[in-house]
Write a protein that binds this ligand. Structure first.
Ligand SMILES: C[S@@+](CC[C@H](N)C(=O)[O-])C[C@H]1O[C@@H](n2cnc3c(N)ncnc32)[C@H](O)[C@@H]1O
Length: 485
């Protein structure tokens, strides 16, 4: 533990983000392995620490779009002129430190097989290659992090060797394989880009790698423009409590979260939310009982066996039948990915699925969340063009989602920040249409508080805070302006 603590401290110091007396400490956790703990009371919204990635790069997923391997832009990509096969977007990126070194490595690995075109498989397998360029103390740190075992981890190295025929040394292969297993256990998705094109990178943040999971986490995180991770308290955290973040989405129901955690992180979650079939009274995993019309909830009698039981009439439905129902509804929902037809989505939500799912079910919630991003944003549904009925619809959905997050005890989550801001914009639109007086500043203030240092936050919030940072240097004036903008 001492060595880990030392190496992490050095890493944070070297990244110039180390804070003396920061409120975290590394200790053994009852949950398993090591964890992070509060070494004093931490106020809601307080920054607990900042972390910097020791490895950052493209994700290996099929869905990962092509990005410049230096600045991660998706625009003006061309193959590196040294024929390494990686996409870059400018001379500056081509000659950046990070790319120049990996380029030399790749070109050295197989001279007769240089790529004049962009090779997308190579780009998707680049992140583990980057571990070869780490300084020795970062390699030591990598070695101390949790790794996953199993045939599914390390396929990137198989692609580099097999499909791409690259020829590296055994010790290089071993380090890349280790890196894949460490990345799979610990990496975070880092979103880059703007409204026109976003993509996800994976980053290995060593301090955050020590944080265990809870489905009702007490921290939230976002990324600043330097891709530092900023971890904040989502709720008040008492001295001695373990710090948790969520490895899944908050609005997924228990069976979906548990399956995801088992597949990707190899553990069965037994947190208080998972152990409560109602999930704190939200019934987010519930289905409509086909016998009495009340809600049936998932009941686990072992890690691998779940069935759905109605609390009122005790009717039981097998997991197979429920999975079939979710598959059918899920495929209908995925058709909405291509069409942003609000009338169709509302018809589906209000009429078609009502016989199968209660309004609080995860599928309904995901669709409502999607509506939040269509109404007011999609070119067919811009704020000015929304009918009063659709504006009301959006306002009600925002309020419903905020209530749900409160019931899930999610505290100051990023999702709360985004929905608060969307609700604020609804209220501004009502104000504009009917010349109302109330400007609902409290909604904007809280959204700003949650999202202020998030590089992906809505422009309005970022612009305000960025301007203040650039132009105002004394705290009193900063606070004054923060209160009036
Ligand atoms: C990112 S690591 C967390 C730090 C880890 N405990 C360590 O010692 O390095 C993720 C791994 O920690 C364990 N873990 C995290 N949260 C857990 C939980 N709620 N229940 C059981 N195991 C958990 C699992 O083995 C998981 O794959």
């Amino acid at each position: 533990m001492d060595e880990l603590n030392y190496l992490i401290t050095e890493h944070l110091k070297c990244s110039k983000i180390y804070e003396e007396n920061a409120p975290w400490v590394i200790k053994n956790s009852n949950i398993g392995g090591r964890g992070l703990f509060a070494n004093r009371d931490i106020e809601i919204g307080e920054v607990i620490y900042r972390d910097n990635a020791i490895i950052l790069g493209p994700r290996s997923s099929m869905l990962c779009p092509m990005v410049c391997v230096s600045c991660y832009s998706q625009e003006n990509l061309y193959p590196c002129s040294r024929n390494c096969g990686l996409p870059i977007c400018s001379e500056k990126c081509e000659n950046s430190d990070v790319h120049f070194q990996e380029c030399q490595l790749l070109v050295g690995w197989k001279r007769e097989c240089l790529y004049q075109e962009i090779n997308s498989s190579l780009m998707k397998c680049l992140t583990p290659i980057r571990s070869l360029l780490l300084a020795d103390n970062k390699k030591l740190l990598l070695n101390l992090l949790k790794s996953h075992h199993g045939a599914q981890h390390g396929y990137e190295v198989d692609i580099l060797k097999g499909k791409l025929g690259l020829n590296f040394k055994e010790e290089e292969e071993n380090l890349m394989r280790l890196t894949c297993t460490v990345l799979d256990a610990n990496s975070f998705e880092v979103t880059v880009g703007n409204e026109e094109g976003r993509s996800g990178l994976r980053g290995l943040y060593p301090l955050s790698s020590l944080m265990n999971h809870s489905c009702s986490p007490n921290t939230m995180h976002n990324f600043d423009k330097h891709r530092n991770m900023i971890v904040k308290a989502a709720v008040f955290i008492e001295k001695g409590q373990e710090l948790f973040h969520s490895y899944t989405r908050l609005i997924w129901g228990t069976p979906v979260r548990r399956t995801h955690l088992e597949r990707t992180k190899h553990f069965f979650c037994t947190c208080s939310r998972c152990n409560d079939p109602t999930e704190f009274g939200t019934n987010i995993s519930g289905i409509v009982c086909q016998k009495c019309g009340d809600v049936a909830l998932p009941l686990y009698d072992s890690e691998s066996h779940v069935e759905w039981k109605c609390a009122t009439c005790k009717f039981v439905l097998s997991n197979d039948k429920v999975c079939l129902l979710f598959r059918v509804l899920g495929s209908r929902v995925s058709q909405f990915d291509e069409c942003d037809d609000v009338e169709e989505i509302l018809k589906f939500l209000k009429r078609q699925i009502r016989n199968y799912l209660p309004p609080s079910n995860q599928i309904s919630i995901e669709l409502k969340y999607r509506l939040v991003w269509i109404l007011g944003h999609n070119p067919k549904y811009l704020w000015n063009d929304l009918s009063d009925d659709l504006l009301k619809e959006k306002e009600e959905i925002c309020r419903e989602l905020l209530k749900l997050l409160e019931m899930l005890r999610a505290g100051q989550s990023k999702m709360r920040g985004l929905i608060l801001y969307e609700l604020y914009r609804c209220m501004q639109e009502w104000k504009r249409r009917y010349r109302l007086a109330d400007d609902h500043r409290a909604l904007l203030e809280e959204a700003k508080e949650i999202l202020k240092d998030d590089v992906n936050a809505p422009k309005e919030i970022q612009n305000v805070t960025a301007w203040i940072h650039r132009h105002v240097h004394d705290e009193y004036t900063k606070q004054f302006i923060n209160n009036i903008v």
